[in-house]
Design a protein around this ligand. Structure first.
Ligand code: PXL
Length: 511
């Protein structure tokens, strides 16, 4: 079997068409970006070939598949593994004949006979084809995805074909026959793995837990140089499929023509975002769903909601003296650092024509700083407390308290609970960050759920406040907007007598 594979870059294509190429041909050429994923089917779609297809699609690359084994699994355990017979694997590979532009990604190979077939195809490829090898040894749940008797065979037949190999710490320890305890060990292990014949090596640092280290570092060994990619460690339960997504993202970026360092950098950020956005499936096991890998990240979601908020007519009426924040927590959030909010808060912003009678002015809300993790203290504390009772309530905004606003909330049918700040125990008052947690907890316990709205009517030196909760920022915003639309009407009626017009841009400059 011989696959005709040729790197087709944009320039080559131009040279191949001296008479000039049409737009259509440029488009067609750009579209020739394929990854072929050779690996196991994961029925949960969290890892394996299904995750490769999802990742490549998210990154705009077409992904074909050669299934080496069918696994029956969910995110917490593998129920059955049924390897394909070698002939079926060979037939799938032969169906790729004529595909010109591709990057091969190899993951679960399972048995010697399958390794043989794949190694045979790799031998016939010309040197231009990139081969990303994810040396899948065991599933996160502990089942072997490469049979014990096939391990040395795998080392000998597959590793030397790797353009880049992407082991996690355990796999790197296996390949390098050494213990990896720190970054220096990672470097030495990478050199050893390269000496087995892999051209580039990237060791994923996610499994290396060093005391209280709050960072995770992936190490790339490329052309004799070391590159490190460090992110904040995302706390939370073990995630199924993160390693698969990382190596698939490298394959997709190489297929687009990126160099190795850029491909690893993009894959690193992409995977970090996907983990940040991980959701929980029906069996309450964390899963990296499509919405996570389609770059719909927490920050982008909050940003969209803030954009709408800033243009919402009358929103300024709900901004309290001490200003507002709208926050969104990632799944499994444990600390303020896991919650995005607006740096410097959302403020009531007045703009107007200050005539003799101050006739016209325009008020709105403005996010004064960038959207960042850790930007909010109190509203973040409120969400973190709510999430302890209902993990799906991940967003909140604080708004001004007013009896009329409370009545509107009741009229809208929102669930409401209050607490009395004057009853706050002394030991809670004394500890920074405890007041909001205590209050929200009181309200939740009194209504045995996380209500849509929690309020308190203040205490000496404490402004009364309401907090609107929701599953995500748009959910919160919908509630806030329905409150405004009723409240604005009532305030406008009152203000007509004072000749003040609210929230109409055309009134600025006294037009
Ligand atoms: O994450 C590695 C992996 C690859 N392929 C299949 C898997 C797993 C992990 O569970 O099941 C089929």
């Amino acid at each position: 079997m011989h696959l005709y594979m040729k790197k087709c870059s944009f320039d080559e294509y131009t040279i191949m068409n001296p008479l000039g190429i049409s737009r259509y041909l440029i488009y067609a050429c750009k579209y020739l970006m394929y990854v072929v994923s050779i690996g196991g089917s994961d029925s949960s779609a969290g890892a394996g070939v299904q995750a490769d297809i999802r990742t490549c699609s998210a990154l705009g690359v077409y992904c074909m598949s050669v299934i080496t084994a069918v696994t029956a699994q969910n995110a917490s355990r593998i129920i059955k593994i049924k390897p394909m017979d070698a002939d079926t694997v060979r037939a799938q590979l032969s169906a790729l004949e004529g595909v010109h532009e591709l990057v091969v990604k190899i993951s679960m190979l399972y048995s010697k006979s399958i390794i043989d077939v794949v190694a045979d195809v790799l031998r016939h490829m010309n040197g231009n084809v990139s081969v990303v090898v994810d040396p899948v040894l065991r599933s996160g749940s502990g089942r072997y995805l490469l049979k014990r008797d096939a391990r040395s065979y795998y080392m000998e037949k597959i590793i030397p074909s790797a353009t880049i190999i992407t082991p996690n710490i355990m796999e790197a320890e296996w390949l390098s026959s050494m213990r990896i305890r720190d970054y220096d060990d990672m470097c030495r292990a990478a050199e050893r793995i390269a000496s087995l014949g892999a051209r580039d090596v990237v060791i994923k640092g996610g499994h290396m837990q060093r005391g209280e280290d709050v960072h995770v570092t992936d190490l790339l060994y490329h052309d004799g140089k070391f590159y490190r990619f460090t992110n904040r460690r995302i706390k939370g339960p073990r995630l199924h499929g993160a390693g698969t997504i990382f190596s698939a993202a490298i394959a997709a970026e190489l297929a687009k023509g990126n160099d190795t360092v850029s491909a690893v950098r993009i894959a690193n950020i992409f995977t970090h975002n996907a983990i940040m956005n991980a959701g929980i499936d029906g069996s309450r096991v964390p899963l990296i769903g499509n919405e996570c890998i389609y770059n719909d990240d927490i920050i982008a979601t909050l940003r969209r909601a803030i954009d709408i908020l800033q243009f919402t007519d009358g929103i300024a009426l709900l901004i309290p003296e001490s200003q507002s924040n709208l926050v969104f927590a990632r799944v499994g959030a444990e600390s303020r650092d896991d919650v995005v909010g607006v740096t410097g808060r959302i403020v009531r912003y007045e703009y107007g024509y200050d005539g003799k009678d101050m006739k016209y002015y325009y008020e709105y809300a403005r996010a004064v700083g960038p959207i960042r993790y850790g930007a909010s203290k109190h509203v973040a504390d409120a969400v973190l407390t709510a999430m302890r009772y209902d993990a799906s309530m991940r967003s909140a905004m604080n708004i001004r308290y007013d009896d009329a606003i409370l009545d509107i909330c009741k009229g809208l049918g929102l669930s409401i609970a209050g607490y009395d700040r004057s009853k706050e125990p002394e030991h809670i008052k004394k500890r920074e960050g405890m007041s909001v947690r205590w209050g929200i907890e009181q309200a939740i316990l009194s209504s045995s759920r996380v209500p849509d709205v929690v309020y308190h009517t203040g205490d000496w030196g404490k402004e009364p406040m309401m907090i609107v909760f929701g599953h995500d920022p748009m959910d919160v915003l919908k509630k806030v907007i329905s409150i405004i639309s009723r409240y604005k009407g009532s305030v406008e009626d009152k203000d007509k007598d004072n000749k003040i017009e609210l929230g109409r841009g055309k009134d600025c400059y006294g037009q």
